[in-house]
Design a protein around this ligand. Structure first.
Ligand code: NAD
Ligand code: DAU
Length: 339
């Protein structure tokens, strides 16, 4: 990378804000434009400290609105990294409309703007959930695994990936799709499993475990994901897909027990609740391609990552308390009913 402007969309969310910070801290040659709609999940506080920095510009806007995207691209953009999305599976089960608007239409609007501007890279932040369900303990998702999404969220992300593919093939847009497994780390909205478990445990509240708690996810610390994305931006091949994962499979029950042990809280806080409809049993990534072609390796093992993450939520209680006392309550009422 040399003296270039990167448009990051969704930069006020969990992974986007970690990625913007990663670029600002490690790439003095890069300017960042952050286009974010500031939905419930977008929090400008996540990037406090960069306001006023000449290398950083924030634009409030919607990726599915061409005028907002044009405003963000005023002054020129060399590369686009698209994180903007509705990202929570349970919300997509309650109402999928916004998932189609942001995740599908938003990606189409960005692709169109990207090809007209002639950007040199378009990175689509995808998810392993597009591959569907591995079911039992055998097998890993490779880049050749057929797409078989099972939730409205993952279906919208699969549609976006296919649009990206079509823009590479039809228009020659130098686009790349990455598909990552479950992230955790600082600034993650506490509707997602790990920050929900940590913050509930800190308040001695029950830890909701869907179904039998034996669904498996493949965890990666967000810092490792961000380093992988920087590598893809620098050396990834246009037209390719890269699976990214921490090779760290855990059942949800194992994750919950690790959190309780780290916080020295009793297992009596575990609370089994009705299962998520359509709940995928197991995800697991084969990251061989990104390791082999781009030389990326994860650095944080799960124990270290959980330790650091727990510490961050302990030290940043104000950040999550504010969230949990606001919009989040309404979502919980919809999800679990009053009381
Ligand atoms: P998040 O929900 O924390 O953040 C999403 C961000 O996008 C927020 O800042 C929100 O305000 C913004 N946004 C939403 N709609 C927008 C719109 N229409 N226009 C502009 N901005 C909008 O999400 P996250 O967990 O950081 O995920 C980021 C991306 O990574 C998503 O595309 C998600 O599908 C993908 N992903 C997430 C994970 C994970 O474990 N969290 C794993 C793999 C891939
Ligand atoms: O795999 C990547 C995906 O990971 C991303 O694409 C999504 O944006 C991200 O939200 C995440 O999806 P999951 O559905 O896997 O994450 P979530 O944190 O919602 O749930 C993780 C597991 O924990 C899943 O098996 C459901 C379970 N769960 C979740 C919640 C919120 C519980 O048992 N209890 C809960 O309260």
């Amino acid at each position: 990378m040399s003296d270039r402007t990167i448009l990051v969309t969704g930069g006020c969310g969990f992974i986007g804000s970690n990625f913007v910070r990663h670029l600002m801290d490690n790439r003095p040659d890069v300017r960042v434009v952050n286009l974010d709609k500031l939905t419930y999940a977008g929090n400008p506080e996540n990037l406090a400290g960069f306001e006023g920095d000449p290398r950083y510009r924030f634009v409030r806007g919607d990726v599915s609105e061409p005028a907002d995207v044009a405003r963000a691209m005023e002054g020129g953009v060399d590369e686009i990294v698209n994180f903007a999305a509705e990202s929570h599976v349970d919300r997509s089960i309650l109402d999928s409309r916004l998932f189609v608007k942001t995740n599908v239409v938003g990606t189409q609007v960005l692709l169109e703007a990207a090809r007209r501007a002639g950007v040199s890279r378009f990175i689509q932040i995808g998810t392993d959930e597009v591959y569907g369900d591995l079911g039992g303990p055998e097998g890993l998702f490779t880049e050749e695994t057929p797409l078989a999404p099972n939730s409205p969220y993952s279906a919208s992300k699969a549609a976006a990936d296919l649009l990206v593919r079509s823009y590479f093939r039809t228009y020659g847009l130098p686009a790349i799709v990455t598909r990552c497994s479950n992230n955790y780390g600082p600034f993650q909205y506490p509707e997602k499993l790990i920050p929900l478990l940590v913050t509930n445990a800190l308040d001695d509240r029950p830890l909701p475990i869907y179904g039998d708690g034996l669904n498996v996810r493949d965890w990666i610390h967000v810092e490792d994901h961000c380093r992988a994305l920087e590598t893809v931006l620098e050396r990834g091949r246009p037209g390719e897909t890269y699976n990214i994962g921490g090779s760290s499979e855990r059942t949800n029950l194992e994750v919950a027990r690790a959190v309780l042990a780290r916080l020295e809280k009793p297992e009596s806080l575990l609370s089994f609740v009705p299962d998520r409809p359509g709940h995928d049993r197991r995800y697991a990534i084969d990251p061989a391609k990104v390791r082999r072609e781009l030389g990326w390796e994860p650095r944080l093992d799960f124990a270290t990552g959980i330790d650091r993450t727990a510490r961050w939520y302990i030290e940043n209680r104000r950040w999550w308390e504010r969230i949990k006392s606001g919009e989040y309550r309404e979502y919980y009422r919809l999800q679990y009913g009053p009381g």
